[in-house]
Design a protein around this ligand. Sequence first.
Ligand SMILES: Cc1cc2nc3c(=O)[nH]c(=O)nc-3n(C[C@H](O)[C@H](O)[C@H](O)COP(=O)(O)O)c2cc1C
Length: 195
Amino acid sequence: MNVYEAILKRRTIRKFTQQTIDRDILKKLVNAARVAPQGANLQPLKYIIIDEQTLLPAIFETTKWAGYLYPHATPEAEERPVAYIVILNDLNIKKAGWEIDAGAAIENLILAAMQEEIGTCWLGAIDRNKIKEILNIPNQYHVESMVALGYPKEQPVMEERNENIKYYKDNQGILHVPKRTFDEVVFYNKGVEQR
Ligand SMILES: Cc1cc2nc3c(=O)[nH]c(=O)nc-3n(C[C@H](O)[C@H](O)[C@H](O)COP(=O)(O)O)c2cc1C
């Protein structure tokens, strides 16, 4: 799969098979994040790979899934992620503005996961204090985001729509993800219009 195809095909996955992911693959995903573009090349981010089975239930409790459908798209017990990667910002390296660095790193991670046919859900609605407590994370680190991982057990579809961007499930349970159309989001040169 080439990069552009992967970018278009990527969808957030919220249902996973229970097949485990090799530690080496998880390391490869962190490595992809590690080399992302970073402001002033400060590289303030650190990563925690969570693949120990006994930790997964407690980590799952810190997550919230699909706000527009909540709680109807929360993974059932047999559909939950089999691993997580926590993205930390090292406050000793960067005190503000790390979110953009994290965005670049996380997208790298997610696209590298696609190549391994691993589904991901970027999780921002997380209980950061609880995560710090469960994993004994020192205060030097801010819990930025978490990525949930597993082999996909659903195939969401993208559709083009400008009016209502809320994702929804059809009567077969398939998740539809609206994306604003190309013409809606692009301007050329001095042709920026009020829309
Ligand atoms: C910063 C950020 C935070 C997100 N947090 C959550 C989350 O907490 N829970 C969740 O289910 N999805 C979360 N998502 C996934 C979005 O809901 C998803 O990207 C969006 O609906 C578009 O779907 P797509 O990724 O398939 O294009 C998050 C995405 C981003 C970029």
